[in-house]
Design a protein around this ligand. Structure first.
Ligand code: ZN
Ligand code: ZN
Length: 123
């Protein structure tokens, strides 16, 4: 059972019709029933990272991706994001250390020393 509507409220609230022509001009595909916005538009809520050396998506101000944003916050969140980007290298694409097996030849993953934690503690 639904609760009774407050007196005076219309039974069916009028829903404004979307501006289909506008939406079609901005990426709406009514056949596929989906809306594709071109990334990078200034009004877009998903943009490329503001860091010129970074291609990751950014979803919130100051339009840095999560990795650049973390570095920016660690730097104290300077107001001049552009200057900060110019002075800061982009985050590496991947982990610097890829997972490689222990130098001794056992199956455990190698740590920075070249040995796994187990072999390193035996040395
Ligand atoms: Zn970034
Ligand atoms: Zn080992």
């Amino acid at each position: 059972m639904t609760a009774p509507l407050p007196t005076g409220a219309p039974a069916t609230p009028s829903v404004p019709e979307p501006d289909w022509a506008y939406l079609a001009a901005h990426g709406l595909d009514r056949v596929a029933d989906c809306l594709r916005f071109p990334a990078g538009e200034p009004w877009h809520t998903l943009r490329r990272c503001a860091h010129p050396g970074c291609e990751r998506p950014a979803a919130q101000k100051p339009w840095l991706c999560h990795r650049c944003r973390a570095a920016w916050v660690a730097a104290g969140g300077p107001a001049d994001v552009e200057a900060w980007c110019a002075a800061t290298p982009p985050p590496p694409e991947r982990r610097i250390y890829e997972v490689r097996p222990c130098a001794v030849g056992c199956d455990r993953p190698m740590e920075a020393s070249g040995l796994c934690t187990s072999c390193a503690s035996e040395a």
